[in-house]
Design a protein around this ligand. Structure first.
Ligand SMILES: NC(=O)C1=CN([C@@H]2O[C@H](COP(=O)(O)OP(=O)(O)OC[C@H]3O[C@@H](n4cnc5c(N)ncnc54)[C@H](O)[C@@H]3O)[C@@H](O)[C@H]2O)C=CC1
Ligand SMILES: O=C(O)[C@H]1O[C@H](OP(=O)(O)OP(=O)(O)OC[C@H]2O[C@@H](n3ccc(=O)[nH]c3=O)[C@H](O)[C@@H]2O)[C@H](O)[C@@H](O)[C@@H]1O
Length: 437
């Protein structure tokens, strides 16, 4: 392989990128400031849950093509292409993104560079960040060292991270030179035929935030329809099925329910609005305020429905919550709608017990005030109301009779429109769902 790669920031994105690039044949050195994470990775242990990633990590380590370090000196010495995958969370109390980890990564790397290299930003950032980081890199790199910046946003989904990395829908690169374009084309050549959009920094940054804004909007659109369905006694599930037959609309990301959470869509639409405001284009994105509001209203509606089923108050009520992760097949609980609902019900006096197949440890750490069960049955034992908040397959396959034997009263709210309503009703459950009669 023509280049040695480094990956700075080994979280959900960075680990996947590092392991997959090693699987494609590159020598890869991953770096994080979290020494514990690096130790675990070097021992072949994944600090996150991502289906299919562990064998890829192990293959990389066993082949000797993949290693992890905490030393910026080592990666500066090693890499021809440095991918930056550090976090860009929402700032506390503000809509804007906190890009200080990006700055810190450049500040640590740039002064140590000693040969020609390309530094490639992959994290999701407010438009204009790449240009600013390019100046910072040029200022901090030693004189005479050719270090150039490029932008290459990432579109992978958690739960499908490996397949999305190895078979992406498209690759977008923002470059300022033919050389940078050539290097990135060579890096991604082993992926085979993938549409590649080569553009400027600002457009490449915007493609990413626009994509997430569109996805969030599609989810909030169908959830707005769910609100109207609730008022009109119509069925949003059938409505979305019918819409999906129109190819121009399409059925993906049209599942009504508890709405979107996670470490990306919520913070990305807020950061997008904040950045548009700074640019004087805030009016263009005022609709995203409504997208966000519709999304948050679903959580409130879920709590209201649960309270209704509890008889008007959560006091003295036991609530079994199925799901803690922000979506199935992930252990990620960042801005999880499920946990948000569970915590709110706890604050309103409910005795809440949560179960999740994979995200239980993360949930326990973040919310020690909640109770946890080791299985779905344990979480719903003695419950007056059961809430399905993350549509794990394990929950979809639950037997209404078996669950019915464990609860105090057979009442369930399906927050993800994932269960077979008929089967639950005919097993004597009072079944309710968001957006359905
Ligand atoms: N999680 C996902 O599915 C996707 C995430 N993204 C974007 O990728 C970026 C990273 O997201 P995640 O991987 O989810 O975050 P994460 O929080 O899982 O990982 C970030 C990692 O960066 C490390 N880090 C922080 N400062 C550092 C520094 N100065 N030097 C080295 N390492 C440092 C942290 O210790 C952490 O391990 C964000 O901008 C996110 O929006 C983009 C596409 C998909
Ligand atoms: O920028 C990112 O980090 C990533 O954000 C999302 O990926 P992810 O957050 O992993 O998860 P999604 O599958 O998009 O789901 C996000 C949320 O929307 C919810 N959702 C999704 C689809 C749907 O129809 N309805 C719905 O409520 C999910 O339950 C989940 O809470 C995007 O799908 C990725 O393309 C992007 O790279």
């Amino acid at each position: 392989m023509p280049y040695r790669l480094t990956v700075i920031g080994t979280g959900y994105l960075g680990i996947t990128h590092a392991a997959c690039m090693a699987d494609l044949g590159f020598d890869v050195l991953g770096l994080d400031i979290d020494a514990d994470k690096i130790d675990r990775l070097n021992n072949g242990e994944l600090p996150i849950h991502e289906p299919g990633l562990e064998p890829v990590l192990r293959r990389g380590l066993d082949s000797g093509r993949l290693r992890f370090t905490t030393s910026y000196e080592e990666i500066a010495e090693f890499g021809d292409v440095h991918f930056i995958c550090v976090g860009t969370p929402q700032k506390r109390g503000e809509y804007a993104a906190d890009v200080s980890y990006m700055d810190a990564a450049i500040d640590s790397l740039a002064p140590l560079l000693n040969r020609e290299c390309l530094v490639v930003g992959k994290s999701t950032v407010p438009v204009g960040t790449a240009g600013r980081l390019a100046d910072r890199l040029a200022r901090l790199a030693p004189a005479g060292v050719q270090a150039e910046l490029a932008w290459n946003p990432e579109f992978l989904r958690e739960g499908f991270a490996v397949q999305d990395t190895l078979k992406p829908d498209r690759i977008v690169i923002g470059v300022r030179s033919e050389r940078a374009e050539k290097v990135l084309r060579e890096v991604y050549e082993p992926l085979g035929e993938v549409p590649m959009v080569v553009t400027d920094f600002a457009t490449s940054e915007l493609v990413k935030t626009a994509a997430n804004a569109f996805l969030a909007t599609k989810i909030s659109f169908i959830n707005a329809m769910a609100e109207v369905c609730e008022a009109a006694h119509a069925d949003v599930k059938q409505l979305s099925e019918a819409l999906a037959y129109d190819d121009r609309i399409g059925g993906r990301f049209l599942n009504a329910g508890l709405g979107f959470g996670g470490g990306c869509l919520p913070k990305d639409i807020r950061a997008f609005m904040a950045r548009a405001g700074e640019l004087g284009a805030d009016q263009a994105l005022t609709f995203l305020r409504e997208v966000d509001a519709i999304n948050m209203r679903r959580r409130a509606r879920m709590v209201d429905l649960a309270r209704e089923l509890a008889g008007g108050s959560f006091h003295g009520c036991t609530v079994g919550v199925l799901g803690a992760a922000f979506k199935p097949n992930s252990d990620d609980i960042r801005d999880s709608p499920a946990l948000d609902v569970a915590v709110t019900i706890g604050h309103q006096g409910g005795r809440v017990t949560v179960y999740d197949p994979i995200a239980l440890d993360n949930a326990r750490k973040a919310h020690p005030e909640l109770s946890y069960g080791e299985s779905a049955l344990e979480a719903v034992r003695g419950a007056h109301v059961v809430l399905l908040l993350t549509e794990w397959q394990e929950f979809v396959e639950l037997d209404p009779e078996e669950l019915g034997a464990a609860v105090a009263t057979r009442r369930i709210v399906d927050g993800r429109n994932a269960l077979n309503a008929e089967a639950w009703r005919s097993a004597g459950w009072h079944y309710r769902a968001l957006g359905r009669p």
